[in-house]
Design a protein around this ligand. Structure first.
Ligand SMILES: *Cc1c(COP(=O)(O)O)cnc(C)c1O
Length: 455
C-alpha cells in the first residue's frame, strides 16, 4: 500500500497567494454601485474594508505576497495534511485514486481561518479597533474571533438567532476567543430594532445579520466589516490550500484528473482548485474542477448569470454572478455554510466560460457519503464537506463502471464535531430531501430587478 499521509514542512507554507484573475481568458465584470449603477470605486468600499483588502479585491496581479506575520500564524496549523483515502477506495471497490486535503486541522475546525487571519492583519494595519461580522452555523464567526484575538482586535459577531439558540458550543468557542456574540436581530442596530418591532420573535436570517454587521461598520469610524466567502480577496487567501496540494500531489506522483470542493460562496472550492486550474489554463494539464452544491440551493446548476445583491436586504454592491435571487431563502438544510443564494464573481465567470463544472447533491446523499467516509477514514466531516465527498463517491463509482484509474482530489473543508445534532437527525431518518420545482426557481429568479448582463 502506498502512503496514507503526505506532509510538508513549515518552510513549505506558500509565500504568495495566487490570483487567478491574471490568467482568466475573460476577466470578471466589475461590481456596480447599487445607487448609481456605475462600476464600483475603491472609495465606495472604504467605509467597510481596509485599504489592503480593497486593493486585493480589485487586483489583477498574478502573485500577491503573504505578509510574514500572517505566515507565522498560518504555521499554527499549516501546511495541512493530504491523505490518500485507501479505505474509502476499498469500500467503493474503485480503480480510482481518491485523495483529500484536510482543512479541519485549523483551530476553528475549517478552512475559514486561512482568510480570517489576513483579514484581521490588514485591518490592524489601518488602525481598526473592532471588526463586525455575521455568522450562521458559526464556522465563520469562530474563525474570525480566533484571528482577531491574536491581533488584539475586538470582534463583534451577529449570529442568526436560531443558530444562537441551537449551537451554544459554537457561541462559547467565540467567547473563549474573546468575541462578543449577539443573537440577530438585536436591539443594537436600526436594522435589528426595525425587524424586532415588526416581529419580536424573528428567528433571524443571514441577510438580517449581514445588515446589522454592515450598519455597525458604516456608522463607526474605527469599525470595519468582514466577510468569510464570495469576495475576490477571500478566494485569493484560500489559494494556500491548492498550492500546498499541488506540491503534495506531485510527491504522490499523480496530477488529479478531477478536483472537487463543497460550494457555499466558492472560497474553499476556489482555494483548492485555482492553483491546479492555472496548469489547465496554461494548457499543461487537463482537469475537471467540480463544485459540489446543495440541491436545496443550486445557484450554479439551476440559477441565472446576472447582476444581483450579495445580501438579502439589498445594501451591498451589485455583483455579476450566478444567483437564485437575493431574496431566495433556501430550505433549512443542515449544511448552513452552503445556504447562500449567490456565488463569487470569479467562480461565476469561470463557470460561464465552462472552465469549471457544478453538481447538485441532495442532503441525504451527502450524509450517506459522509457516514461512509467517517466509517472508513475516521474523520467525521462537516455537513458542508459531505457534499464534496458525495461528488467524489459519484466520480469514483463512475470510474469503476468505466474501468479507469482516475485520480480524484477533494477538499475536506472541515470536521463535523460540533454538528452531531445533524448526524443524529440523519440516523433517526429525520433529514428531508428538498427538491426545488422549476416553478419555485423561476419565481425566485423573476423577482431579481437588477440590470441584465449584456450578452
Ligand atoms: C463555510 C464553509 C463552507 C462553504 O463556504 P465556501 O466559501 O464556499 O468555502 C464549506 N465547508 C465548511 C466546513 C465551511 O465552514
Amino acid at each position: 500500500m502506498s502512503e496514507t499521509k503526505i506532509l510538508l514542512s513549515e518552510r513549505e507554507i506558500p509565500r504568495y497567494w495566487y490570483n487567478i484573475v491574471a490568467d482568466m481568458p475573460n476577466k470578471p465584470l466589475p461590481p456596480l454601485h447599487p445607487a448609481t449603477g456605475e462600476p464600483l470605486t475603491a472609495d465606495a468600499l472604504a467605509p467597510l474594508f481596509p485599504s489592503g483588502l480593497i486593493e486585493q479585491e480589485m487586483s489583477q496581479e498574478r502573485w500577491i505576497e503573504i505578509p510574514p506575520e500572517v505566515r507565522d500564524i498560518y504555521a499554527l496549523w499549516r501546511p495541512t495534511p493530504l491523505f490518500r483515502a485507501h479505505r474509502l477506495e476499498k469500500l467503493l471497490d474503485t480503480p480510482a485514486r481518491i485523495y483529500y486535503k484536510y482543512e479541519g486541522v485549523s483551530p476553528a475546525g475549517s478552512h475559514k481561518p486561512n482568510t480570517a487571519v489576513p483579514q484581521a492583519w490588514y485591518n490592524l494595519q489601518d488602525g481598526v479597533k473592532r471588526i463586525t461580522t455575521e455568522t450562521g452555523a458559526g464556522q465563520w464567526g469562530s474563525a474570525l474571533s480566533f484571528a482577531c484575538e491574536l491581533f488584539g482586535i475586538q470582534c463583534e459577531v451577529y449570529m442568526v438567532r436560531t443558530s444562537y439558540n441551537q449551537k451554544p458550543y459554537r457561541k462559547l468557542m467565540m467567547n473563549t476567543w474573546n468575541a462578543q456574540v449577539y443573537p440577530s436581530p438585536s436591539e443594537r442596530t436600526e436594522a435589528g430594532r426595525k425587524i424586532l418591532a415588526e416581529n419580536p420573535d424573528s428567528p433571524g436570517s443571514l441577510g438580517i445579520a449581514i445588515s446589522e454587521a454592515v450598519e455597525m461598520a458604516a456608522k463607526h469610524e474605527d469599525v470595519r466589516y468582514s466577510l468569510g466567502s464570495v469576495l475576490n480577496h477571500v478566494l485569493l487567501h484560500q489559494t494556500v490550500i491548492g498550492q500546498e496540494a499541488l506540491v503534495q500531489m506531485e510527491m504522490a506522483g499523480h496530477f488529479p484528473d478531477i478536483v472537487i470542493g463543497p460550494f457555499g460562496g466558492g472560497s474553499n472550492f476556489a482555494g483548492l482548485a485555482f492553483p491546479f486550474l492555472k496548469h489547465h489554463l496554461e494548457g499543461k494539464q487537463t482537469l475537471r474542477a467540480i463544485a459540489a452544491e446543495p440541491a436545496a440551493c443550486p445557484k450554479l446548476s439551476r440559477g441565472v448569470f446576472r447582476y444581483d445583491f450579495g445580501d438579502t436586504v439589498g445594501m451591498t454592491p451589485l455583483l455579476p454572478m450566478y444567483t437564485l435571487g437575493h431574496d431566495f431563502i433556501p430550505p433549512a438544510i443542515h449544511a448552513g455554510g452552503l445556504r447562500y443564494h449567490g456565488a463569487g464573481v470569479v467562480v461565476s465567470q469561470l463557470l460561464k466560460d465552462k472552465l469549471i463544472e457544478a453538481q447538485a447533491v441532495d442532503q441525504v446523499e451527502s450524509f450517506e457519503a459522509g457516514v461512509s467516509f467517517a466509517r472508513t477514514e475516521g474523520i467525521i466531516p462537516a455537513p458542508e464537506a459531505n457534499h464534496g465527498i458525495a461528488v467524489a463517491v459519484r466520480e469514483a463509482l463512475r470510474a469503476r463502471e468505466e474501468g479507469t484509474a482516475k485520480t480524484i482530489l477533494m477538499n475536506l473543508s472541515g470536521h463535523g464535531n460540533f454538528d452531531m445534532a445533524s448526524y443524529e437527525a440523519y440516523f433517526q431518518g429525520g433529514l428531508e430531501r428538498f427538491e426545488l420545482s422549476q416553478e419555485e426557481i423561476n419565481q425566485a429568479v423573476a423577482r431579481i430587478n437588477t440590470p441584465e448582463i449584456p450578452q
